[in-house]
Write a protein of this length. Sequence first.
Lengths: 538, 338
Amino acid sequence: MLKKLNFWYLSSLLVPLLVAIPIITIFFSFFETTSDYLTLLKDTFLLQYISNSIFILIGVLFLTLIFGVTSAYFVSFYNFPGVNFFKWALILSFAVPGYIYAYSLTAFFENYGTAFSILTSLFGEGEYNKHIPKFDGLIGSIFSISFSLFGYVYVLTRASFIYQSHNLIEVGKNLGFSTNRSFFKIILPSARPAIVAGLSLAAMETLSDFGTVSFFSISTLTTAIYNAWISFDDLSTANQLSFLLLFFILILFIIENYSRKRAKYHQPSRGFKSIPKIELKGKKSILPFSFCSLLFFCSFVFPVAQMGYWTIKFPKYFQDIDLWLLNFNTLLLVFLSSVCLIVFSFLSNYGNRISKSKLLNYLSAFSISGYAIPGIILAVAFITFISWLSDTFSSTFGFESFKPLFIGSIAGLVLAYFVRFFSLSFNGIKTGYLKINQSIDDSAYLLGYSKLKTFTSIHIPYLKNSIFLVGVLIAIEIIKELPITLILRPFNFETFATKAYSYAAQDLLEAAAFPSLCLVIWASLFILFVSRYILSDK
Amino acid sequence: MKKLFLSILASLFISTSTMAAEVNIFSARHYDSDTQLYKKFTALTGIKVNVVSGKDKALQKRIKEEGKDCKGDLYITADAGRLGSFQAAGMFQRGASSKGIKKAVSSNFRTAYWTGIAKRARVIYYNPSRTTPLAGMTYEDLANPKYKGKVVIRQSNNVYNQSLVASLIQNNGSKATAEWAKGLVSNFARPAKGNDRAQILAVAAGEADWAVANTYYIALMLSGKKGPEQQAAAKKVKPFFPNQDGRGTHMNISGGGILKYAPNKTNAVKLLEFLVTPDAQKHIVNNTFEYPIIDSVEPNKLIAQFGLGFKQDLKTKVSSYGKKQAEALKIMTKAGWN
């Protein structure tokens, strides 16, 4: 018994430590001497960078909350024309990364862009540039990031709505609550852990976003980190700023944990009957229908149409792309990383659950901030750490250098993705775990089940939907991932994301359209493939 | 089965396929045409070319950390300042100025550690239907209060701007350049944003009278590779080559250097020598619209139409950019250049 406990404990201890590598690396370079970039920054732009970061964060949180919760509410509780379509169509927004959304916004609204072409072909030559609104800068960033991230809030909130016990709604009815009152008094509060989880994922991605804001030339904390590092070779200032960023994230986590504790609703083990939906016909269905249509159009149809339009308009860019190889590379990374992440997230979650150790809890909360460190900084920290470790082993024990095994190899990429996305995977499975009442475990032990058997025969089947959901989230993140892949990849190795980036870097967004479109299609296929499981009403 | 599994497992940990004759490149230039050029090199010499491309400093960091284990032979990038600072970090070895390269490339555009493979000019753009630049207009003039609200340029974190400002520091000193930067920022028509092409478009659309951008962007637009609307917009603007009465127009380079631990140094030198042959130069200028690094080749006609006789700044060595870039960014940041 004790031995088994040790195994679970140890594995849940080791994984967070591994994932904490970038933070540890950052911590150790924290006290190194700095150039005077930090002083300069303090005197000039630091406040502005921080306020930009906060402004974007608030904007994105506000929009994703409205988009995510409203749409989840409509599709979960009402029947209106197209509801079964919107139910899964809204998740397709996951398939469009912020930077590709930004390409599309710019392409459409820029001087002499697509909007200009459309107006010219409709009404003839004219001075349209002045009248076309420019979605760039802060507003452009907020829209691009929000449309690409509201899916987190939507999926998690909807899942929570669906799994809400029928009884809760019944209780509301028996108390004579109106629909509105039931929503605000019963449904929304019990969905709060899911909403907060979705928002905190969106918030972390927003704070660590580099691609979108740098495309719109908005300076944020992340840009400051990048500048400190790229222009001043001042990694320690970069790290100190990263600490500031991590501080924001830590606050988010405290909020998340606090709200989870306050809303400690274990789902009852019975009563998973689906909620009867309210039929909406005629005028009453206009609001939910137009809200969902507009959201679907803006988040998915618009960027895909822009990319598709370019792909057709510039067909010659097809020929330079080795489609088969790009597909293979992308899927290989997705497969290896998802398997590793899911297996270890399960181990950690289960270890946390059965050991009930506070240390483990803190450690896993700490380690998941790997997700909050901008990918590009994480990649550097990873390289620095591997290099330090290898050099130390070589000089102390006379080992052969193992740098080539992890820098510029597939294994290195998978390991770095692991560090980056462990939070996503760990939290996804944790959300599922929270729904399994502790009493189920206890009953299993009473029946003589071992811990392992409880894990394999009860938890895993019970959490099947969570696994699929997490698998898809990881797959999509990896398909979209750019900075880590760019730095750590082997020679002659391209994914759709790196290919799109390299065209965008030579100022040929037109050529970037096709790889971007493939990226979006793959991500969409993944979503559709498992949408049955994500959206299963049972 | 077990063997298959083991060989798959092993392949995950192997970073490159090792061939008898190969050369490994870390490149911050992303042109597809470069890849085609490398294929020509392989066809000619039998030497396989392996490439990792990426963001500049990120690649540099990887090379530094890999140290002796770094398989890279060449580091190629599109800014002299970056080559210079990487050289200062001790990451290159001598050998880039081989006899063949010395013969082809003027000494202004190479050092013992790296050599230019193409040139680019950073110029001023204007819309002839709205303004005409005075003969002899300079970069320095852009800070003149009479241009208030009329100038667009990209952000200060852009390396082309850093090299331009570095050259101003080299020529006019830090103090004068700091004054200039303040004046320039107060002339901005909008906060710095977008890439070089977006600056040219802003002039075409009448948002500003003067834009600073590299020459090859307008050729890219004129070529039709970006569609008829961009082509039409590009026809509305003209490049102007500044500082013709003084030191000449600011020139920068794309270039490559041989990495310190290059395992295939001979092949790396061969590739650099190949890149400055007339055939390779023709390929480069016709695809990227840069200026050739050798005299015997003419730029693409979309660039040549703007004149070939302009005075290039050959007084300011491109190798000085790297030394002044950090100071340049400091000056720009202090001036409020976002």
